[in-house]
Ligand binder design. Structure first.
Ligand code: SIN
Ligand code: FE
Length: 309
């Protein structure tokens, strides 16, 4: 690799569908290795009326809720500032988010067909805030490079795949990305945050996993040693001024009307500027992966020398 070359390649997809089974498998492999799949023109149709409704939304208190979330499995919308929103607007937003979530799920079921039996639809979000200069507590800041982990939704080894739409009419969404997990974790994870497999905890996590039928992508509430590490690693990266100052940083600017998707548990990322994005998260279970050796679970298990879920 050239020194200074971006280790997180952007793979441009001009003609998204139809996709052969072989090509779908190749997209999955590229994503799993840490590439970003980028669609200059989004494959997700959003009607002009819905777009102008979304662009008319502005939450006044950016610290109150990070984003507006839609939970597809419960068909629930949360994070809307009820103080300023009227019932008709909330119901319209709810129906737009439901439609967005369904469209992305339908599209990716075909585009990433190898995953279809073994992934679950997680939350979708609407991000109407300007990202530049947002005033959030340190661990919730998204302008600091980090890999994703969810404090209240441990994945037990399922991977976090996110699909984004920049719906701003004229501005790019400005990200920086860092070197993938397999490079960063061994380099920056000092002993205090390295995996701490505790036999009793792993046994408990395993029996809990069996009890909730893990193997499907359904996460339980209790963190496995893997989830524990991923959460600590997320916090560690955001809190570590040396990492933030010294790590490799590669800018990516996503134009208006584009989409991109990436495994955000693997690719350190931060959003520096931009406003108005939609996003849908998927949890891809370990059995669905076409190149499991790249997964943070396998990388950590090989460092730890033991099972972590
Ligand atoms: C993030 O996942 O850290 C934020 C990405 C974004 O909102 O563009
Ligand atoms: Fe993130």
């Amino acid at each position: 690799m050239n020194p200074g070359a971006n280790p997180v390649p952007l793979v441009t997809i001009e003609n998204p569908l139809p996709v052969s089974a072989e090509q779908a498998r190749a997209w999955c492999a590229q994503l799993e290795a840490g590439d970003i799949l980028y669609f200059p023109r989004t494959p997700i149709a959003i009607s002009p009326d819905d777009l102008s409704f979304l662009l008319g939304q502005q939450q006044t208190d950016s610290s109150l809720h990070k984003n507006i979330a839609y939970k597809p499995n419960a068909d629930k919308l949360s994070g809307v500032e009820t103080r300023i929103a009227n019932a008709a607007a909330v119901s319209r937003l709810h129906s737009i988010m439901r439609g967005y979530s369904q469209s992305v799920a339908k599209y990716l079921t075909e585009f990433l067909s190898p995953y279809r039996a073994n992934w679950s639809l997680d939350y979708a979000s609407f991000r109407p805030q300007e990202e530049q200069g947002r005033d959030l507590p340190l661990r919730r800041r998204n302008d600091l490079l980090h890999t994703d982990a969810f404090p209240t939704r441990p994945t037990h080894g399922a991977r976090i795949l996110r699909f984004f739409n920049n719906i701003h009419p004229s501005r790019t969404r400005d990200w920086v990305v860092g070197e993938p997990f397999a490079q960063v974790a061994p380099q920056f994870a000092p002993s205090q945050i390295a995996p701490r497999p505790d036999t009793a905890a792993s046994r408990a996590a395993k029996s809990l996993g069996r009890a909730v039928g893990l193997g499907s992508a359904i996460p339980s509430l209790k963190r496995s040693p893997y989830d524990d590490f991923m959460m600590r690693f997320h916090n560690f990266l955001k809190e570590n001024t040396r990492f933030q100052a010294e790590c490799a940083r590669y800018p990516e600017q996503f134009p208006p009307g584009s989409s991109w998707m990436v495994y955000t548990d693997t690719v350190p990322h931060a959003v520096l500027a931009g406003q108005y994005a939609l996003e849908q998260t998927f949890l891809v279970s370990p059995q669905a992966l076409v190149a499991p050796q790249h997964s943070p679970l396998k990388v950590l298990e090989s460092i730890a020398g033991t099972a972590l879920i």
